[in-house]
Design a protein around this ligand. Structure first.
Ligand code: ADP
Ligand code: MG
Length: 624
């Protein structure tokens, strides 16, 4: 889980070098890279292809064909040739209904799994299994080109994922890698990998925009680098915008130019799309080209292409503006712009990006390989090939850390996958009048309920000066150092009373436990949410009741007997509901009733306390 940091100056000897690869597992294309003689390089297959289409073809005999070879089947056997599987990773059956519409597959649900399976001639497969076929293919490619002669095993891989991938999508990617027999050193965000490939992590700090336009998706990420840690400030994009849309726009242009009235057969359509793509890709290197259609030649030059693509490109620029706004920065604040994705080879795209940011984007590295190169650099370090590297970059905590709050709920303080070292603080307060101690229960896990998380430590903050409930300010600080060690401290700010404990959160939890706990958190998310809402209302009811009892005792004389009766009845009703209600709404309603009939009482108490405070002040004045 944690980085091994060796003594400086102890480079691994050549024969001790570990075999590590970086994998860009893309929606349309995947790339595998490694570091060779200190330089990151992409690895090519026997046909010299270094870009592997993310396609998996299943045959009736149960065989599996991946990559370039599968692309021929895309036309002839689409139902058994799976593309864009990345879109379904970590998604539920509900998602496949909406996402699946654009995909020609038959979905089935394996009982109780909640995961959409795809039916093929060779059987039913989950997105994780399908994705693992791509990873197996890339791993084999890596093994072949790395091991001199006899096939030796890889020591580890870094796999990249979009910055916006949630826990379920990340976990699914990791599971696919495990299934492919890969040891995952780390999942790395794609934009971070691109920044690492350009060596931007060597700067002390900076704001980086990563513009990634691939085959079918557009992602923009705003990163902040400080002290060797990349923080994702915002992400944006469009999951249905990419080079495929460029191709379609060119097809539409050709059809329009040729005044072609009749609709195309799917095969004609596909053939024309391929010509459009060829033309588009050629225009990255030349000024003009031709597309043949219906025995006619159409000249397409860069200017026309720019016009044809303009609406699509400006959609991506709008997303960039939104991401900048979300990160609360302006385009001029960005120090470096990185281009990623094959579609950024189109000149009009580069110009639009340069125009937005007012600077030339970095583009020395191949935009469709840069993510894999960055992943390879990270893999090389993480596997231990560069022990003298001072790069402690980007380790993350595997599970969220938090403390117990009222009602057996967990308040997360540092969420999972946060890069370390990190320190975060949160303020809490006392629950009861005169409370002089607070128990701090430190927990690890993703669930909302204390009982479903792992308890790491308990300690007490004592000596809080007695105050009314809610007046004490208790600041709880969680600090995780570069070795993953956690220190928790609690301090009452008005008095300065403080205690702390050291905890070692990363020990004792095997990877299996971690994935089980994560799995649990996904499958229980809905239950947890309901339980949390109920507990929160129960706690709120308790708070209301506990505040009212002493108030009635102290200032009951402000009420008529009739008023007092009404309040007591409402309180009894609330107490009842608090114990029996299954829905948080019922408790909320009962609290509302209490609130309504105590409004006046509260106002009168306020008057009284202001008067006594003023009286006190007068006394002070006289004293001085
Ligand atoms: P992804 O990350 O989505 O898997 P890539 O980054 O590999 O995909 O991008 C694939 C897209 O890049 C395709 O639409 C392809 O047509 C486009 N592309 C590749 N080379 C060029 C080029 N020379 N000019 C324009 N577009 C290109
Ligand atoms: Mg990509």
């Amino acid at each position: 889980m944690l980085l091994q940091i060796s003594e400086p100056g102890q480079s691994a000897k050549p024969h001790e070098r570990k075999l590590a690869i970086g994998i860009d597992l893309g929606t349309s294309n995947s790339v595998v890279a490694t570091v060779r003689s200190g330089e990151p390089v992409v690895l090519a297959d026997e046909q010299d292809n270094s870009i592997c289409p993310s396609l998996v073809h299943y045959t009736a005999e149960g065989g599996v064909v991946v990559g370039q070879a599968a692309s021929e089947k895309l036309l002839s056997d689409p139902a058994n040739t799976i593309n864009s599987i990345k879109r379904l990773m970590g998604r539920g059956v509900e998602d496949s209904a909406s996402l699946g519409q654009s995909l020609p597959y038959t979905f089935t649900e394996k009982e109780g799994s909640g995961v959409p399976y795809i039916s093929t001639v060779a059987g039913e497969f989950s997105p994780i299994e399908i994705s693992s076929e791509i990873l197996k293919h890339l791993a084999a490619l890596g093994e072949r080109s790395l091991s001199s002669g006899s096939a030796s095993e890889l020591d580890g891989a870094v796999i990249t994922v979009p910055a916006y991938f949630d826990e379920a999508q990340r976990q699914a990617t990791k599971d696919a890698a495990t299934l492919a027999g890969l040891k995952v050193l780390r999942l790395l965000n794609e934009p971070t990998a691109a920044a690492v490939a350009y060596g931007l992590d060597k700067q002390a700090e900076g704001l980086i925009a990563v513009y990634d336009l691939g085959g079918g998706t557009f992602d923009v990420s705003i990163l902040r680098l400080s002290k060797g840690v990349f923080e994702v400030l915002s992400t944006g994009g469009d999951s249905a915008l990419g080079g495929d849309d460029f191709d379609q726009a060119i097809v539409d242009w050709v059809l329009n130019e040729s005044a072609h009235a009749k609709t195309l057969e799917p095969v004609e359509q596909r053939a024309l799309l391929l010509k459009a793509r060829d033309a588009k890709e050629q225009l990255a290197g030349s000024h003009s080209t031709t597309i043949e259609f219906n025995n006619q030649l159409f000249e397409l030059n860069r200017e026309t292409l720019a016009e044809v693509l303009q609406p699509l490109i400006s959609r991506s620029i709008k997303s960039c503006r939104r991401a900048l706004r979300d990160a609360d920065i302006s385009a001029e604040d960005v120090d470096n712009v990185v281009l990623v994705g094959g579609s950024t080879r189109t000149l009009a795209v580069r110009e639009a990006v340069a125009n937005l940011f007012g600077q030339e984007p970095l583009s020395d590295l191949d935009p469709d390989r840069v993510v894999a190169l960055g992943a390879a650099i990270q893999a090389d370090i993480l596997v231990g090939n560069k022990p003298d590297s001072d790069m402690l970059l980007l380790d993350v905590i595997p599970l969220s850390l938090g403390i117990e709050t009222m009602g057996g709920l967990v308040e997360q303080i540092i969420s999972r996958n946060t890069a370390i070292p990190v320190a975060k603080a949160q303020e809490f307060t006392t629950f009861k009048d005169g409370q002089t101690a607070m128990a701090v229960h430190v927990l690890q896990g993703e669930r909302d309920l204390v009982s479903a998380c792992r308890s790491l430590a308990r300690f007490e903050l004592r000596g809080i000066p007695p105050m009314v409930a809610g007046a004490a300010k208790i600041r709880v600080v969680f600090q995780v150092d570069a070795d993953g060690l956690l220190m928790v401290s609690a301090e009452e700010l008005t008095s300065g009373v403080k205690t702390s404990v050291d905890i070692k959160p990363s020990y004792g939890l095997a990877d299996d436990d971690i994935s089980r706990m994560l799995q649990d958190s996904f499958s229980h998310a809905k239950d947890d949410m309901k339980a949390r809402a109920l507990r929160e209302q129960q706690v709120e009811a308790e708070r209301v009741l506990e505040a009212l009892v002493p108030a009635l005792e102290a200032d009951g004389d402000l009420l008529s007997e009739q008023e007092r009766q009404t309040i007591v009845q409402a309180m009894e009703a609330l107490l009842q509901t608090r114990q029996s209600a299954e829905s948080p709404r019922d408790i909320e309603a009962a609290i509302e009733v209490v609130a309504q009939c105590t409004d006046d009482f509260a106002a009168r108490r306020m008057d009284r306390s202001i008067k006594s405070a003023l009286a006190g002040q007068n006394l002070d004045d006289i004293d001085s």
